[in-house]
Design a protein. Structure first.
Length: 557
């Protein structure tokens, strides 16, 4: 059966009764011919608050040109974005995760309201990437997601640097280990232009994961933001969405359980961000596909770390692209018998076909052969225990340590923990516990790069552990545990913790525990009283009332 390429827009624009709609469209330049063609939304996140999305309007113009050439009528729309890198360490950071669901809602509303026949979604900073795919999943119209691209690495003192180095420089400067001139040089040179943060941090993690998922064309997302090739790719994306529309290929045909497993293995093989757990769980739920937090742990046990990428490794996302990109990673996973090779991608080819077509740069050092991994198992592990009955996430890509035991240093806010580090009050052997920073408690589940960067800069990164019901930046490395569930604001065991309690972390046994009896823990929790909400009105208060557990993707219900 032939797919109707105007399956939505006919209702909005055709016939005598729809003359009012056509008249309004003609007021801004659309012609009868334009309105007789498929209506294709071009959604992007251009905003003048960050470099991550700064090229989106230019990319949108190229996408639109491709759509027109292929017989469609593009309609541009934009939505908001919040950058973690700028808001980090402030109250503003609480808005970041909140923005993910709001972005998805806004794109969905426009696409539904204006009855687009297809959609191109241009993403950039961390939350815009999963948000666009969440919206595409809900709409289930022919859709393509492309990523605006990574920023290029900066250079200071002969070293290639990223935003991660700035946050670590803050810690080093505060600890007296870095002089003012070097500090200023790192700040001035870390971010040389448009694009999202330059390591395998959350933006690049999600962009590469969605190539593996198949919802973005293999190789498109990896092209850096300021590379001339990016504009050509945007043009090709406009033509591709029209091909997708003619085929009637929708996200529900691509986002399957096996395809999500491919995406997870892509994250694990590249030592990607723990935020991928939140975002892939959210996408799965929106797509109606069964996926749980334990699927990450199951796949981690058999997926080796193959790509040597920052924040824990040597290379940036630009160098990953130059080595051959995610197609090479997919080929490695295919060679190792792990890739679900028959899963369909947005190009109409299977992921196995895309993997076999990958072009590896001779002599590249970024992506290891399958049989010579950097680590034999994946970088993300799920722990449970009396502190995390619903689970928590630890990232192991950057170190070999598998256990830690020490006294708790308990903080009810990220700012208080950062102050203690800055003032030299954290000692080797401490387990820093930051609570009331979860989805409800924060609200908004702030990232802790300000804290973790300060620890690394102060030389404590390998000597302490940190756990939180908040989350971590993709630029974080060290013995760090996030997404502790249930969160403290919900009466999770983290709420009962006191300074000096002995915390035990055992990765081989997948355990996170406080050395207290069940009776003592129960007694403390019975006496616990929830803190007053930090926001009683506005979007953050509404979010706190409706957001779900991080163990299920922190979706707003």
């Amino acid at each position: 059966m032939t797919f109707d390429i105007r399956h939505k827009s006919r209702t909005l624009l055709d016939g005598t009764d729809r003359a009012g709609a056509r008249a309004m469209m003609k007021a801004i330049g659309f012609t009868d011919e334009d309105l007789s063609r498929p209506q294709v939304g071009v959604a992007h996140c251009w905003i003048e608050t960050m470099p991550c999305n700064y090229n989106h309007r230019e990319l949108a113009e190229r996408v639109k040109r491709g759509i027109r050439e292929a017989g469609g009528t593009p309609i541009e729309l934009n939505t908001i974005a919040i950058t973690d890198g700028i808001t980090m360490g402030t109250e503003g950071m609480k808005t970041s995760l909140v923005s993910r669901d709001l972005i998805a809602d806004s794109v969905e509303l426009v696409a539904r309201g204006h009855m687009f026949d297809a959609l191109v979604a241009i993403s950039g900073c961390d939350k815009t990437i999963p948000a666009m795919v969440m919206a595409m999943s809900r709409l289930d119209i022919p859709s393509v997601m492309i990523y605006g691209g990574t920023i290029h690495f900066g250079q200071a003192d002969g070293k290639r640097i990223t935003l991660q180095d700035v946050f670590e420089a803050i810690g080093a400067f505060n600890a007296g280990k870095l002089d003012a001139a070097s500090f200023q040089s790192i700040e001035n040179h870390a971010c040389p232009g448009a694009g999202a943060c330059g390591g395998q941090f959350t933006a690049n993690t999600m962009a590469t994961a969605f190539e593996m998922l198949g919802i973005s064309p293999m190789g498109f997302n990896g092209v850096p933001a300021t590379d001339e090739e990016k504009l050509k790719i945007a043009h090709e994306t406009g033509k591709l969405v029209m091909e997708t529309l003619r085929k009637g290929l929708t996200p529900s045909q691509i986002i399957t359980r096996k395809a999500l497993e491919n995406a997870i293995m892509g994250v694990l093989a590249t030592g990607g961000s723990t935020n991928a757990v939140l975002h892939l769980l959210a996408v799965a739920k929106e797509a109606g596909v069964r996926l749980s937090i334990m699927d990450f742990d199951r796949l981690s046990k058999k997926t080796p770390v193959l790509a040597n990428l920052k924040p824990w490794g040597l290379y940036t996302a630009v160098e990953m692209f130059q080595a051959g990109g995610m197609g090479v990673v997919a080929r490695r996973l295919l060679d190792g018998g792990l890739l679900n090779a028959d899963e369909l991608t947005i190009t109409g080819r299977t992921i196995g076909e895309e993997a076999r077509a990958a072009k590896e740069t001779p002599g590249q050092q970024v992506i290891r052969p399958f049989g010579q991994p950097l680590k034999p198992t994946g970088g993300i592990v799920i722990l449970h225990g009396n502190l995390a009955p619903e689970g928590c996430v630890i990232k192991l890509s950057g170190h070999t340590r598998t256990s830690f035991r020490g006294p708790a240093r308990v903080f009810n806010r990220e700012e208080d923990a950062f102050k203690a580090i800055k003032e030299g009050k954290i000692q080797a052997g401490d387990v820093i516990a930051i609570r009331y920073e979860g989805p409800k408690g924060g609200p908004g589940m702030r990232e802790m790069l300000h804290v973790t960067g300060a620890l690394q800069g102060a030389g404590l990164g390998e000597q302490v552990a940190l756990m939180t019901d908040g989350r971590f930046s993709g630029a974080t490395y060290g013995f760090m545990i996030g997404h502790v569930c249930p969160e403290a604001a919900e009466g999770g065991p983290l709420a009962a913790l006191k300074n000096g309690d002995i915390i035990s972390i055992d990765v081989p046994q997948r355990r996170l525990d406080v050395e207290l009896s069940a009776a003592e823990l129960k007694k403390r929790l019975k006496a616990w009283k929830p803190p007053k909400p930090r926001y009683t009105s506005g979007v953050l208060a509404k979010y706190a009332r409706h957001v779900g557990s991080a163990s299920e993707g922190a979706l707003v219900n």
